[in-house]
Ligand binder design. Structure first.
Ligand code: URA
Ligand code: SF4
Length: 209
């Protein structure tokens, strides 16, 4: 699929999400928040669900935790134009309650299709909801935060504490900043692995000839 076709597909998901009524959250939201950023991003950040600011503006992570996320992105020389940011559910759970299982299940195909189309190298799960959805069978976030896991689909998953949880908690905040700083090393390791694999394949080709 070329970039133009990919853009058409991702824009179409966006349009579908904006008018989606597949779960009850459609009744209480003001604006659905499909996600945004670079359609060829090497990293996708996945949060829990929109909060009040996001519901008002239709933009992911645009409140206090979004500001913190932007600061952490800047600290590793990234910004929103280079990554893609979305959530496990695209509509705000009322009163910021946890998203329910049926809501996550209903919304899941949008997220899966976004991941498939963008085909990132790394998926950063922000918080326990994203981690539990994307890394089923793993222990809780306090045990797995900061540990990069390569899954059979070839994507590396990095679970982190949620910026909102860490914002006003000194020790979680320090842990999150420390874990976040591992992202460049993870990306570098992935590209080194790809290079090594290429060299092996090239060697194999030479031998065949
Ligand atoms: N928290 C989230 O999980 N997602 C957002 O988009 C904003 C806050
Ligand atoms: Fe549709 Fe997801 Fe919003 Fe539910 S949360 S209405 S499934 S977009």
């Amino acid at each position: 699929m070329n970039d133009v076709e990919r853009k058409v597909e991702l824009d179409s998901i966006r349009t579908q999400v904006l008018s989606c009524t597949l779960c009850g959250l459609s009744k209480t939201r003001d604006n659905a928040v499909p996600g945004e950023g670079n359609y060829s991003a090497e990293i996708i950040f996945i949060g829990e669900g929109p909060g009040a600011n996001e519901d008002e503006k239709g933009i992911p992570f645009c409140g206090a935790s979004g500001k913190f996320l932007d600061e952490m992105l800047a600290s590793i020389k990234l910004d929103r134009d280079k990554v893609f940011i979305t959530n496990t559910v695209k509509c705000r759970p009322p009163g910021n309650r946890d998203p329910e299982e049926d809501e996550k299940v209903a919304c899941r195909p949008y997220l899966e299709r976004q991941i498939e189309l963008i085909a990132p190298k790394v998926i950063v799960c922000l918080g326990r909801h994203a981690a539990a959805s994307l890394l089923p069978g793993q222990p809780g976030i306090s045990a797995i935060h900061g540990k990069a896991l390569k899954r059979p689909n070839g994507i590396v998953y990095l679970p982190l504490y949620h910026p909102a949880a860490a914002l006003h908690n000194g020790s979680l905040r320090a842990t999150l900043i420390n874990d976040f700083a591992k992202i460049p090393t993870i990306l570098k390791k992935i590209s080194e692995t790809v290079k090594t694999t290429k060299i092996i394949n090239e060697t194999k080709q030479e031998r065949l000839i």
